[in-house]
Design a protein around this ligand. Structure first.
Ligand code: GTP
Ligand code: SPV
Ligand code: MN
Length: 591
C-alpha cells in the first residue's frame, strides 16, 4: 500500500512526466554521482550544469553558470496564495489558490520530459529539535539537488519521520524552459506547499530556504506562537569568556553573512557563527527567546568577499570536505581554473572569463562576476562554527538588531526603550535595494524587519504577532537598530564596517549588562562616544560624530513614510504601533 508521500510523488510525476524518478538518500556517494551527472549529462541551454574547478586550490569545488536571465529572486513573480486576499496583505502578490493551482498544473504539463525527477527528503532544523520540520522537494536539476544537500539535513530520516502522514512540507520545482514570462514561485501556506517553475536561482529554487523557512514558516509561526525571521544568529565571546547570543535582521545583500562570520578587530573578542540568513525563534519556558538556524549551509554573495573583509568565509570556502562547494555566476580565471569576483584578494587575472562565458575586457567597465554571484558551502567547513550549532533547543538571545543600507538619516546604533518601541524601530526600517532581487538597485524602500519580500502573510498581522511574542516573554531581548552604510559628502562609507563592527557589539553587550549609560533621544538611546571602544581606528572626531547625528526633520520624514506604508494595511496595523508612531512624531516635533 503506497504512503501518502508516495502517492503525492506519483501524482506530480503524472503532471510533469519525467523520464526517471530518483529518490535521494543524501549520502556522500550520491552527491559525487549527482555532480558527475551535472558535469557529463545535464545541461542548461547547451552548457553543462557543473564544471570542476582547480581541485588543488579549491578542493571539491564546482562552477555553475545559470541561465543569463535567471540570476536573482523574482519578487514580482512570487505569489502567496491564501484563500483570502487580505490574509496575504499588501506586502504580497496574491492569487486565488484554485486559480494558481490550475495555472501551475498547466505550466507544468510535461515540464520534466527528458529529465530526471529527484525526490529530496530533508529536515529543516536538527532532527531532534522540537521545532524541526520534515520536508520533501521534487526537482529536475542536479544543481538544486546538490545545493539542497549542502543547505539542509538531507537523508531518508525525513521519509521515516513523515511515515503515513499527509501533513508534510512539500516543494515542487522545475526549471521548465527558463522563460522569464513563465517563471512563477507560488506558495500555498495552508497546504505547506511551494510550487516553483522556470528558475534555478537560490531563493526561487531551493524551496526549503526563503519559500518554506520564511514565507510558509512565518505563517505557521503566527498560528503556533513563534516567529521565523530573516536573521543572522551569532555568539559573541567577550574577554571574560562569556558568550552573548544575538540575532540581526538585515535585508538581502546588506551584510548578514559578513556579520555572522566577523573576525573581531578588538582583542579578546571572538565570534561564534550559528546562522547567516534564517532564524526560527521560540519563547522558552524560562521566559527568554531561543533561536535555531533551520539551515546547514551558507548561500552567500561572492563579490566583496576576501581575506581582508571576511577571512572566516574565505577559510570556509577553501576548506574542502565531502560536501561539494558551488560557485554560481562568478567569473573564471582561464589560466588557473579558479573562480574570481570583484573584491577578491589579488590582481585581476589576465585571462578572465566573465559570468556569461565571454572573454573579459577590463576596459569594458562591466563587472566580470555577476553582482549577485554566490557560493554555496556547508557550515561544517566554518572554522568558527558555534559548538551550539547542533543544539536542538537553540541558543538564548540577549539582543535583536535591525539594520538596513542607509546612506543618511539612520545612526550607527540606536537602542529602543522597550519591546514595543523596538517593534516600531523594526517596522520603520527602510533600505536601499541591492542586486539580490531583480529590480533597480539603490532605491530606498520600506523593508520592515528585513522581511518585506519574505513575510508570508499580512504585514499588519505580523506586527501584531511581534507584539504578542513580546508579551509572552518575561526576559525579552533588547532591540537595537544598526546602520553600517552611512556615507560622507563624497558618497564614501564613513564607518569601516566588517571586523570593526565588533566595536558596536561591545557597546550593545555593555548595554545588555547595564555597564554603560546612554544618551536619550526621541528615537531611542544612543551611545556616549566616550563609551565606544575606538582604539586603533583612524577616524576623525567629526566623522565619528556624523555617525550619530539624529535630525528631527529627517526623522519626521521617516515617520511619515512609515505612516504611508502602514496605510496600505489599514486597520490590520495594531493600535499599539500606531500610538508608538504618534508618540515618536510628537517627540520629534517637540525638538
Ligand atoms: P543575502 O545572502 O542576500 O541575505 O545577503 P547578506 O545580508 O548575507 O549580505 P552579505 O554579508 O553577503 O553582504 C553583501 C554586501 O555588503 C557585500 O558586498 C559586502 O561586502 C557588503 N558588506 C557587508 N558588511 C559590510 C559592512 O560592515 N560595511 C560595508 N560597507 N559593507 C558591508
Ligand atoms: C537573499 O536574497 O536574501 C538571499 C539569497 O539570502 S536567496 O536564497 O536567493 O533568497
Ligand atoms: Mn537572505
Amino acid at each position: 500500500m503506497a504512503t501518502p508521500l508516495e502517492r503525492w510523488v506519483d501524482k506530480i510525476a503524472k503532471i510533469t512526466k519525467p523520464d526517471k524518478i530518483y529518490w535521494c538518500d543524501g549520502s556522500e556517494e550520491e552527491a559525487r554521482r549527482l555532480v558527475e551527472i551535472g558535469i557529463k549529462e545535464e545541461k542548461i541551454v547547451g552548457t553543462p550544469i557543473f564544471r570542476e574547478l582547480n581541485q588543488k586550490t579549491f578542493p571539491n569545488s564546482y562552477y555553475h553558470r545559470s541561465h543569463p536571465t535567471d540570476v536573482a529572486r523574482t519578487e514580482h513573480l512570487t505569489f502567496v496564495c491564501h484563500p483570502d486576499k487580505e490574509t496575504a496583505g499588501a506586502n504580497n502578490n496574491w492569487m486565488d489558490p484554485k486559480e494558481a493551482k490550475e495555472k501551475m498544473t498547466k505550466l507544468s504539463d510535461g515540464c520534466m520530459r527528458g529529465r530526471t525527477m529527484y525526490v529530496l527528503p530533508y529536515m529543516m532544523g536538527h532532527p531532534q529539535s522540537p521545532y524541526a520540520k520534515a520536508c520533501i522537494q521534487l526537482t529536475d536539476v542536479s544543481y538544486v539537488a546538490v545545493s539542497m544537500r549542502i543547505m539542509t539535513r538531507m537523508s531518508r530520516y525525513s521519509i521515516a519521520k513523515i511515515g503515513d502522514s499527509e501533513n508534510f512540507v512539500k516543494g515542487i520545482h522545475s526549471v521548465g524552459d527558463f522563460d522569464p514570462e513563465k517563471r512563477f514561485v507560488m506558495h500555498f501556506p495552508d497546504e505547506q506547499l511551494v510550487w516553483s517553475i522556470g528558475s534555478g536561482y537560490g531563493g526561487n529554487a531551493l524551496l526549503g530556504k526563503k519559500c518554506f523557512s520564511l514565507r510558509i514558516a512565518s505563517w505557521l509561526g503566527k498560528q503556533e506562537g513563534w516567529i521565523a525571521e530573516h536573521m543572522v544568529i551569532m555568539g559573541i565571546q567577550d574577554p571574560s569568556g562569556k558568550t552573548t547570543y544575538i540575532t540581526a535582521a538585515l535585508p538581502s545583500a546588506c551584510g548578514k553573512t559578513n556579520l555572522a562570520m566577523l573576525e573581531s578587530a578588538l582583542p579578546g573578542y571572538k565570534i561564534w557563527t550559528l546562522g547567516d540568513d534564517i532564524a526560527w525563534l521560540n519563547v522558552g519556558s524560562d521566559g527568554r527567546l531561543w533561536a535555531i538556524n533551520p539551515e546547514t549551509g551558507f548561500f552567500g554573495v561572492a563579490p566583496g568577499t576576501s581575506m581582508k573583509t571576511n577571512p572566516n568565509m574565505m577559510r570556509t570556502l577553501l576548506k574542502g570536505t565531502f560536501f561539494p562547494t558551488l560557485f554560481t555566476n562568478t567569473a573564471l580565471n582561464a589560466d588557473t581554473n579558479e573562480p574570481w569576483w570583484e573584491g577578491i584578494d589579488g590582481e585581476c587575472p589576465a585571462n578572465l572569463i566573465d559570468w556569461l562565458g565571454n572573454k573579459y575586457d577590463p576596459a569594458s567597465g562591466k563587472k566580470a562576476a555577476h553582482p549577485n554571484s554566490r557560493f554555496t558551502v556547508s557550515v561544517s567547513q566554518c572554522p568558527n562554527l558555534s559548538k551550539e550549532f547542533d543544539n536542538p533547543r537553540g541558543v538564548p538571545i540577549s539582543a535583536i538588531l535591525f539594520g538596513g543600507r542607509r546612506a543618511h538619516v539612520v545612526p550607527l546604533v540606536t537602542e529602543s526603550k522597550s519591546w514595543q518601541q523596538g517593534v516600531l524601530l523594526g517596522a520603520l526600517m527602510g533600505s536601499e535595494t541591492t542586486a539580490a532581487a531583480s529590480h533597480k538597485e539603490g532605491v530606498l524602500r520600506r523593508d520592515p524587519m528585513a522581511m518585506l519580500p519574505f513575510c508570508g502573510y499580512n504585514m499588519g498581522d505580523y506586527f501584531s504577532h511581534w507584539l504578542d511574542i513580546g508579551r509572552k516573554m518575561t526576559r525579552p531581548p533588547k532591540i537595537f537598530s544598526i546602520n553600517w552604510f552611512r556615507t560622507d559628502d563624497q558618497g564614501k562609507f564613513i564607518w569601516p564596517g566588517f571586523g570593526d563592527n565588533i566595536r558596536v557589539f561591545k557597546w550593545i553587550i555593555d548595554r545588555v549588562n547595564k555597564n554603560v549609560d546612554a544618551r536619550n533621544t526621541p528615537i531611542g538611546y544612543l551611545p556616549n562616544i566616550s563609551d565606544l571602544d575606538l582604539k586603533g581606528l583612524s577616524m576623525s572626531k567629526e566623522n565619528i560624530e556624523r555617525l550619530f547625528i539624529v535630525k528631527s526633520d529627517e526623522w519626521l520624514k521617516e515617520a511619515e513614510a512609515a505612516e504611508v506604508f502602514f496605510g496600505k494595511f489599514g486597520s490590520r496595523i495594531p493600535k499599539a504601533l500606531t500610538e508608538e508612531l504618534r508618540s515618536l512624531k510628537a517627540k520629534l516635533q517637540g525638538c
